[in-house]
Design a protein around this ligand. Structure first.
Ligand code: FES
Length: 70
């Protein structure tokens, strides 16, 4: 169901430090399309993910999958 979803993941330096790029790789391993985002100016809440216009703070693979599956 979630295979057609596109999840934006911030690739800015702070989110990368907080695991954003690892999250992007984990999502791609789940066949989820990932869009690399520039810094969203929410660095203290990283890693930041965006799904259907909604921002997810401190994003994890489990959080993103729960949101995608509903
Ligand atoms: S680096 Fe991700 S919000 Fe700034």
């Amino acid at each position: 169901m979630h295979k057609r979803s596109v999840v934006g993941v911030c690739h800015g330096p702070r989110c990368a430090d907080y695991g954003g790029r690892v999250l992007a790789i984990e999502l791609m391993q789940q066949d989820i399309e990932v869009e690399a985002l520039d810094c969203q100016s929410l660095c203290q809440h990283g890693p930041i993910a965006r799904m259907d216009g909604a921002i997810c703070h401190h994003a994890s693979l489990e959080q993103v999958l729960c949101r995608l599956i509903g």
